[in-house]
Design a protein around this ligand. Sequence first.
Ligand SMILES: [Zn+2]
Length: 483
Amino acid sequence: MLDCKVSDWPISYLGLPLGGNPTASGFWNPVIERISRRLDGWQKAYLSFGGRITLVHSCLSHIPSYFLSLFKIPASVAAKIERLQRDFLWSGVGEGKRDHLVSWDAVCKPRVKGGLGFGKIPLRNRALLGKWLWRFPRETTALWHQVILSIYGTHSNGWDANTLVRWSHRCPWKAIAQVFQDFSKYTRFVAGNGERIRLWEDLWWGDQIFKVQYPRLFRVVTDKDSPISSILGPVRPFSWNFNFRRNLSDSEIQDLECLMRSLDSMHFSNSASDARSWSLSSLGLFTVKSFFIALSQMPDLSPTFPTKFVWNSLVPFKVKAFVWLVAHKKVNTNDLLQLRRPHKVLCPDICKLCMKQGESADHLFLHCSVTLGLWHRLFQLAKLDWVPPRSISDMMLINYKGFGNSKRGIVMWQNASIALIWVVWRERNARIFEDKVRNSENLWDSIHFLASLWAFCSAVFKGIPLNVLQLDWISVCSSNGTI
Ligand SMILES: [Zn+2]
């Protein structure tokens, strides 16, 4: 009658499907489609490994975020998206199957733990959902708050919505309520006038709630739910208004003394109302990032990773990405190729640089006589005595300070070391695939030039001409921009 189009659930509202079922994988099709569409757009472009890392970071990880901030993603859909990311990272699109050099679990770890910081999608999802739990007690006048409140009621602490959501239906709140257990680990209450915080059952003082800290007292106290203000008088010396079911035993009296003493340094401010703070950020405010990092933290068993050496260096990103692979010892050296494709021996398992020993990452980038000669040359230039360490990742971890401890000195040393690794790898490839051989003198010149060029392009060496930079690294690094 009104000449409107008759439609059906689910409809799309503000870019999100309304009335659909987020636990069904079809619900997530638009997200998957959008990601594969993006990948198709890049199909023809030539992208380096470094370029692919950047793209996975900037796009693929963030496309689903809008959906993830409201709905819980089913495990199967998360796995599908991660597979898209994984395949794109390791192969680019349309290049056929390639090796996944580093395991996806390692890749997803934060950079300080040796990963690329992609993060697992289900964890990102939980961190995003946590935001609603933070906003709930802060937006009491908002319509959405009223709706949730009227459906689910409140939590016994009077701040949060009831997290015991029994009926299973399509409202996203059920999934959000499930995050509460993790979320509440990182929140605490900050007492103002003490009217909204429960003395025994809320975490507001010390590391544990009083109920857990003083279980014997809690058993005999009559008003277990009382707010702080009804028990503690606001001014010093505090008046205490505990009610116990019976006379206290000697040990209970000791507990009570202990509790009272622990509150000695407590300050109430009558003018401020009680608040809740987020313990993972310095301002006490919730951030998705801090929650996400906390959720991703797993027991750390992996050996230390040279994060600073790899990521703080001022070299082109594709070179950084390559050095990251070297630090994981996951470049395609012969020893690894033999493991992966025993049926397809590309060339005899011998290092093309020295033609003597087998090729491995530690050999090629450190112990090979040709490479060792280049390292020696670098240390000679820095006038440093040196004993080669056990492995190439140790080499990256040790802070040599070859060109001094200044910002410039550190940058130049990293540039030179990375240039050396890069040049050695390119020489190895040139010898295998193009049958071209350069001598050590040529290699050293390339290293020297590349390290100088990268330094020249960075802000730290701003204003210094390239030829001056190339002439004398040590004096350039020890001076402070006054050349
Ligand atoms: Zn060798």
